[in-house]
Unconditional design. Structure first.
Length: 422
């Protein structure tokens, strides 16, 4: 513990140095949590704001955070950047920036710290970071400056797709260009459709699809049909953005293929056709795929498996007989959060489906139990869980050309303001 002045007693100050970064970690968990809603995210952001206010007061009283924050903790970069920018504390900012290294998760903390401040574009230090030697820093800065930018600002920035050549930076810029649906970037995006690196090529194709480019959609086929790190992303894009007749044919072929069952179940959810629900109910019979199948079932039907008592206790799995551990380790398409998902009880799920099946019309796409229409998607953005909201944001952008992809990770009060204008 340093000898810095603080309005808090040493034990409370020490606890604050742990709890404030942890509040960011809780916020990060809420952003991607299975059961978290916008209301939960708003609560997390209010807690985080309270910690920021407490540290602001302590800083005004002479506290020196760079000595007491543990920059190995998740959230320390976010806290250090917020307070460093707020007080133009170069020593704190220097320590914060040095802690990022090549860690993109910590770079994301920096991006959101900048976005948290309402006057970030006027800060000279941020302007300097756009030329920083560390591409992770540049990625964070461009993300912060342009993710919430107005159309006129974006109109004048497509040259960044030429000047910023590092994949870490370029992929973030391509994401922004696609999500903002800004056509002024279209020619520069198209230039990258044939990029040598798959990272850049996929993000360029994704951006092109969001801009309505037919060539980009055709180029997606190669990625979705070959094993690789972006196959799942490509399949989701294809099934959400494609024409109904084509996607119905594609999902039929996918379920008849040798594709990973984990990925097949997710494809059913992305396609959204209730016609294929029996496939994921059958997959629940296999412990190796049960949780993924249950998750897909929830995404499509909107049912909360635990709330409706459709789950079961964790079954015993004989790894020696099933070799399940080896199969799961080798499966590229097993979702990283699968261990947190509930175990569905297939018999209960089947009974529920038989009672509810008349609610669902064959050939109609569903998300969270509702037909995919703009009013329903707007409702999901307001009331749904974070995974449902993420899907609704993407689906909504495909329904109307030019509508940006709603940012479900943004500062929650800002999200509330934006939702009022839908």
């Amino acid at each position: 513990m340093s000898s810095n002045k603080s309005i808090f007693s040493p034990p409370i100050w020490k606890q604050l140095m742990t709890d404030a970064p942890f509040a960011w970690h809780q916020r990060f968990e809420a952003v991607q949590g299975l059961q978290f809603t916008l209301s939960d995210l708003l609560h997390s952001d209010q807690i985080l704001d309270t910690y920021i206010d407490a540290l602001r007061i302590a800083k005004q009283a002479g506290a020196c955070l760079h000595e007491d924050l543990d920059f190995e903790d998740w959230g320390a970069v976010f806290i250090g950047a917020i307070l460093g920018l707020m007080f133009e504390d170069n020593e704190l900012l220097g320590t914060t920036i040095a802690a990022i290294g090549d860690d993109l998760a910590r770079a994301e903390e920096l991006e959101y710290a900048i976005r948290w401040l309402t006057v970030h574009t006027t800060n000279k230090r941020i302007a300097q970071w756009r030329e920083h030697e560390n591409p992770a820093i540049r990625r964070a800065v461009f993300g912060a400056l342009y993710a919430d930018a107005d159309p006129e600002t974006l109109r004048n920035k497509p040259q960044h797709l030429r000047t910023q050549t590092h994949p870490v930076v370029l992929t973030r810029l391509l994401d922004i260009a696609g999500n903002q649906r800004h056509t002024a970037w279209a020619s520069e995006i198209a230039r990258l459709y044939d990029a040598e690196l798959l990272d850049i090529r996929f993000h360029a194709i994704r951006a092109g699809i969001l801009l309505g480019n037919a060539k980009a959609f055709s180029l997606l086929n190669k990625i979705r049909n070959e094993d690789g790190p972006y196959r799942a992303n490509a399949l989701e894009l294809y099934l959400r953005a494609g024409k109904p007749k084509e996607t119905q044919k594609a999902i039929t072929e996918i379920l008849e293929s040798e594709l990973s069952t984990h990925l097949q179940c997710q494809c059913v959810a992305w396609a959204g056709y209730s016609d294929f629900v029996p496939f994921i109910i059958r997959a629940m019979e296999y412990p190796l795929y049960a949780r993924t199948a249950g998750y897909a079932f929830s995404r499509l039907t909107g049912v909360d498996i635990m709330e409706e008592d459709l789950d079961r206790e964790l079954p015993e799995i004989d790894d020696k007989k099933t070799n399940a551990s080896a199969e799961q380790k080798e499966d590229l398409y097993r979702h990283p959060n699968e261990r947190d998902w509930p175990w569905p009880a297939p018999d209960k799920i089947q009974a529920w489906w038989e009672q509810q099946t008349l609610r669902f019309s064959p050939g109609t796409r569903y998300l969270a139990g509702y037909p995919i229409t703009k009013p329903n998607l707007d409702s999901v953005l307001i009331h749904g869980t974070q995974p449902q909201r993420q899907a609704a944001a993407l689906e909504r952008s495909f329904l109307t050309l030019g509508v940006p992809v709603f940012d479900i990770k943004a500062y929650a009060p800002l999200q509330q303001q934006r939702l009022m204008t839908l």
